[in-house]
Design a protein around this ligand. Structure first.
Ligand SMILES: *[C@@H]1O[C@H](CO)[C@@H](O)[C@H](O)[C@H]1NC(C)=O
Ligand SMILES: *[C@@H]1O[C@H](CO)[C@@H](O)[C@H](O)[C@H]1NC(C)=O
Length: 433
């Protein structure tokens, strides 16, 4: 199993020192309190007494203008022309909505073919993501292919990049003629895959590169204790093909939580999660920033293209060890407010958004490389029910229930919530610049 256990949550940042300035003059304080009180009442009124649509409109307005640069990255215009922030929203019950294809026919990784593996409850296929402020159109294979006509769409990153790439392959191959160009001969590894869609001259590829940078060790052989990662060089296979890529989806936030030794210019610059190596722990945020920055710089030279950075997709090993079959046994999505992101999840998401913003700054306005963020953290975080769990293996309870069983609460079942990532991707790619 490729689930990566977070080794430690992010260290708490110290609070800023309290201001020691003397208090304000009383009337000013009263004014501030009155103003705050008024705003609070207006907010309460909006929350309790206005229709849901008005609430969503107001909140999407607030969200949209909170950070203009960020909002440009995460909004698209819906059919009606209004801006839509898909990164906030809720899952609504929509029977059958996510029963989009037969994963056995499109040959997904067996561990994520939950129906084939005998998962009996299928309610996780009856939900639709409702973004704040506008509907998210259902995936449309012809529209997607038209948006990327003549192009090579590449998913580069960890097993979540592959999960999303396989989802896209299924969404497309179930609808239009295609050809399987390449399959990893070692079926369970799936380090490289490619499909062709001749009607639109489109190629879709998946490149396994869990650190984006060149890496060996644990990521190649799970019995090894740690990874060896180059922060200054992209992994070989995707680097060799980079010149052919027109749309690149990068997703690689999970493996930096694993033990690793990081190199830059051939020198060890830090280690993470492996105290025996007697080196200062570099943590996971610095390496994550650096591999994204290096990859974005690499992709910003050469041909014009679109680079889409997918944000962290949280795991749901809810207070259970990785091998507890009940670790993600929930049968429904979380409701708004039921589960908040923890500080590590927020940080992993934020780093990717910030690196996208930094790349936009570096490339300048109207640069040849368009940078987009596929902000899936919230919509993924609200789907504890969408993982294979013990159904990562065929008929896991055929011999009764064991206390410890391989359990996957990281990837999503196919079909499943990860298909929604591609519905959002479609909107991003159809968006006018
Ligand atoms: C998918 O297709 C296979 C092979 O045609 C079939 O045996 C299986 O029942 C189908 N699965 C679902 C969930 O429809
Ligand atoms: C994987 O690593 C282990 C431990 O270092 C080693 O014994 C084994 O031979 C390696 N397997 C392969 C296929 O390289």
């Amino acid at each position: 199993m490729v689930a990566c256990e977070p080794l430690h949550s992010s260290s708490q940042k110290p609070l800023p020192p309290r201001s020691t300035k003397p208090g304000y003059f009383l009337p000013k304080t009263v004014c501030i309190w009155l103003a705050c009180g008024f705003l609070f009442l207006a907010f309460l009124h909006l929350l309790c007494c206005s229709p849901r649509d008005a609430q969503e409109a107001a909140f999407s307005y607030v969200l949209q203008y909170a950070n203009d640069a960020y909002s440009k990255l995460i909004t698209f215009r819906s059919g009606g022309g209004q801006p839509c922030d898909y990164s906030e929203g809720r899952w609504v019950w929509a029977p059958g909505h996510a029963r989009r294809y037969n994963a056995t026919v499109c040959d997904v990784k067996e561990g994520q073919d939950c129906l084939l593996n005998g998962r009996p409850d299928t309610g996780y296929l009856d939900w639709r993501w409702q973004p704040a402020g506008c509907p998210l159109p259902a995936f449309d294979a012809a529209a997607f292919l038209t948006a990327v006509r003549g192009k090579h769409v590449a998913f580069v990153g960890d097993s979540m990049a592959r999960n999303q790439g396989e989802s896209l392959a299924c969404l497309l191959t179930s609808a239009v003629p295609h050809r399987v160009v390449y399959r990893d001969p070692v079926r369970y590894r799936r380090h490289f895959m490619r499909w062709a869609f001749p009607t639109h001259d489109v190629t879709v590829s998946v490149y396994w590169a869990p650190f984006l940078g060149r890496a060996t060790g644990k990521c190649e052989n799970y019995s090894m204790p740690y990874n060896l990662v180059d922060l200054d060089a992209p992994a070989d296979r995707w680097a060799a093909d980079a010149d052919t890529m027109d749309v690149v989806v990068l997703a690689a936030s999970h493996w930096v939580l694993n033990p690793a030794v990081y190199h830059n210019g051939g020198e060890v610059v830090g280690v993470h999660g492996h105290p025996e190596l007697k080196h200062t722990d570099i943590g996971y945020t610095t390496p994550l920033r650096q591999v994204y920055r290096m990859s974005l710089e690499w992709l910003s030279s050469g041909r014009p293209r679109t680079v889409v950075l997918a944000t962290f997709s949280p795991t749901h090993f809810e207070n259970h060890p990785l091998d507890d079959p009940t670790a993600c046994a929930k049968k429904e999505p979380y409701k708004e407010g039921e589960k908040e992101l923890d500080s590590m999840e927020k940080e992993l998401r934020r780093i990717v958004v910030e690196e996208a913003e930094a790349a936009v700054q570096r490339n300048g306005p109207g640069g040849a490389v368009r940078i987009e963020v596929l902000d899936v953290t919230k919509l993924a975080a609200m789907r504890p029910d969408g993982h294979p769990g013990p159904y990562m293996n065929r008929d896991p309870f055929a011999n009764g229930v064991a206390q410890k069983m391989p359990t996957d609460c990281l990837h999503f079942c196919l079909p499943g919530p990860v298909d929604t990532f591609n519905e959002v991707l479609q909107q991003i790619l159809m968006k006018k610049r």
